[in-house]
Design a protein. Structure first.
Length: 559
């Protein structure tokens, strides 16, 4: 008997015997709930026996039997009442613990976010996705039968979602497509580095989402609560259900600001900023302009993160501004990186190291930001160097640019679509889900080992579109993704190291070396970043015009 903790007030387990009650008392439990009907198994003790042992040990006991596979709404109500009335913590059991976990999940609907309920049950070893629709419906069995249905449903209307919708429409105009996203505004996130460097205005990076949805595509303005891939259904908040013939999952990732203690409270104040947020990138530039002396820290969390070069881009543009203002010698710059290298593809490192030296920045590897005291201008880092004992170090700062920890969105991590790490589990070439044949994914949320950038999504969208059209026609995948994920590293105002690479760090340059040598700082690459890429994004990528993005064909060997 090993109780599995689901919440502070409840733990569950498979069937127990009278002899286990004393151990439960020793573990601190004050009440026992039996959810298994008497006589369900030949070797099963009766509730009367368990109750007698509980009474002897000074514990309360309650009998709430539920037939396997038949958890009714009234059962969940009774379980919730028991949790409120019985002294806690409470221990509940059935044959395997699943009924008890299900009753808890349904009883918590409406009081906790669905993702938290599913995650808590999953951590205890119980998959509650089978009752996700009921949880979304406040714990009640849904009665609505007016579900919408589409040929293709796309979850997420970011760079990946709108691009793949446009690419599909350009190939097969008669497809009935719906995009699900609750946002009002769509952002050109690659531009935020330039906002933080004083090159772009924030307003240049935002447009209303409604103005970008491709013509003929339905926009469902709602949040996704859960997935039922076995039934080809997406559950929305409020328990509306959208059915699909094929599903594309691309909601982006979650910026986990709360993972760093004290960070949320001080963002945008006390010299703490981040180009990873639309409203904070202008504050970065303000801090840079105002800083004349002191210490500036730039942080990078453990991978994966979107645009792995962005944390150091902020450093380079800030340092270049200080150099031009004549104050660089009075500013102590630190790049605190949770990883062990400056950049993951070695071909680009020499050029970047020369800029680190030029700006006099100190590289602190294996330094992961875990806490911030904004008013005290102090950052705490956990240092995990190889072959050394972990330690914590405090650093004072006058300005700190933070790249937050990043994870898959909660509703993805707890879904049947996720791998063990929480990312959507796809074949890295075809971008088709490994377990569900009518599901594809692209963008930051899937688990292919590529750089998470908007330019990567630009190459992925045609691959997914080609393969879905082929699937509709009854054919095998015809396009494959090579892992292309460029990163224009803005090393100074007017010059960029244009890192372009694919799976395994293979260099995948888009231009002849005579035009742009990606391993060297280039003015041509800066012109591309500043002048060409924004209109390519708004007027080509999001409209299904695949300039320099035609997918590679699947080889016979790949099939």
């Amino acid at each position: 008997m090993e109780p599995k903790r689901i919440s502070e007030e409840l733990s569950v387990s498979p069937q127990i015997g009278p002899a286990d009650v004393a151990a439960l008392k020793h573990l601190g439990f004050r009440s026992i709930v039996c959810n298994r009907p008497d006589g369900e198994g030949a070797d099963q003790p009766t509730f009367e026996e368990i109750e007698a042992a509980a009474r002897k040990a000074g514990l309360e006991a309650r009998y709430l039997p539920v037939r396997t596979g038949l958890v009714q709404d009234a059962d969940a109500d009774a379980f919730g009442i028991a949790l409120r009335e019985l002294p806690g913590p409470v221990f509940a059991y059935c044959r395997s613990g699943t009924r008890s976990a299900t009753l808890w999940a349904l009883s918590q609907a409406g009081t906790r976010p669905m993702a938290d309920i599913l995650a808590a049950a999953k951590a205890a070893g119980y998959d509650m996705n089978g009752v996700a629709r009921r949880i979304a419906n406040g714990g009640r069995t849904p009665t609505d039968t007016g579900d919408a249905s589409f040929d293709v449903v796309i979850v997420g209307a970011g760079a990946a979602g709108i691009s793949v919708a446009a690419s599909l429409k350009s190939r097969k105009a008669d497809l009935d497509i719906a995009v699900i996203d609750p946002a009002d505004i769509h952002y050109y996130q690659p531009g935020w580095t330039m906002v933080g460097g004083g090159i772009f205005e924030a307003q240049q990076t935002a447009k209303t989402l409604g103005s970008l949805i491709p013509k003929g595509v339905h926009w469902i303005k709602a949040a996704v609560a859960a997935f039922e891939p076995k039934d080809s259904a997406v559950i929305l908040d409020g328990c509306r259900v959208v059915k699909y013939a094929r599903l594309i999952v691309c909601p982006g990732l979650k910026l986990d600001w709360g993972k760093v203690e004290g960070l949320e409270e001080t963002l945008g104040r006390n010299g703490v900023t981040s180009n990873y947020r639309y409203d904070l990138a202008p504050y970065t530039w303000r801090l840079v302009r105002e800083m004349k002396a002191g210490r500036a820290i730039f942080t990078q969390p453990p991978m994966p993160i979107k645009c792995a070069g962005a944390p150091q881009k902020a450093l380079y543009l800030s340092a270049d501004a200080w150099l031009r203002a004549g104050v660089l010698n009075d500013i102590d710059i630190h790049f605190n990186n949770a990883g062990g290298v400056l950049f993951g593809v070695k071909d680009y490192v020499p050029a970047l190291e020369r800029y680190i030296d030029r700006y006099g920045a100190t590289l602190n590897f294996f330094h992961n930001l875990i806490a911030v005291d904004g008013p005290g201008k102090t950052a705490v880092f956990e240092v995990n160097k190889p072959d050394a004992e972990p330690e914590r170090v405090e650093m004072k700062f006058d300005m700190m640019h933070v790249c937050p920890p990043q994870t898959a969105p909660d509703f993805i991590r707890v879904s049947p679509l996720a791998d063990a790490a929480g990312w959507v589990d796809v074949d890295q070439a075809t971008l088709r889900h490994k377990s569900f044949d009518n599901v594809w994914s692209l963008g930051d949320v899937m688990n292919a080992p590529n750089a998470k950038t908007a330019a990567a999504a630009r190459k992925q969208a045609p691959v997914v579109a080609e393969n879905i059209v082929a699937d509709i026609a009854g054919r095998s995948p015809v396009a494959q993704y090579d892992g292309y994920g460029p990163c224009p590293l803005t090393v100074e105002r007017g010059k960029i190291v244009l890192a372009e690479f694919g799976y395994g760090g293979t260099l995948l340059p888009s231009f002849p070396k005579i035009l742009i040598d990606g391993t060297r700082p280039s003015r041509a690459a800066w012109f591309l970043k500043e002048k060409m890429l924004p209109p390519i994004y708004w007027k080509a990528m999001l409209r299904g015009r695949e300039w320099m993005a035609r997918p590679e064909r699947v080889s016979v060997a790949a099939k």
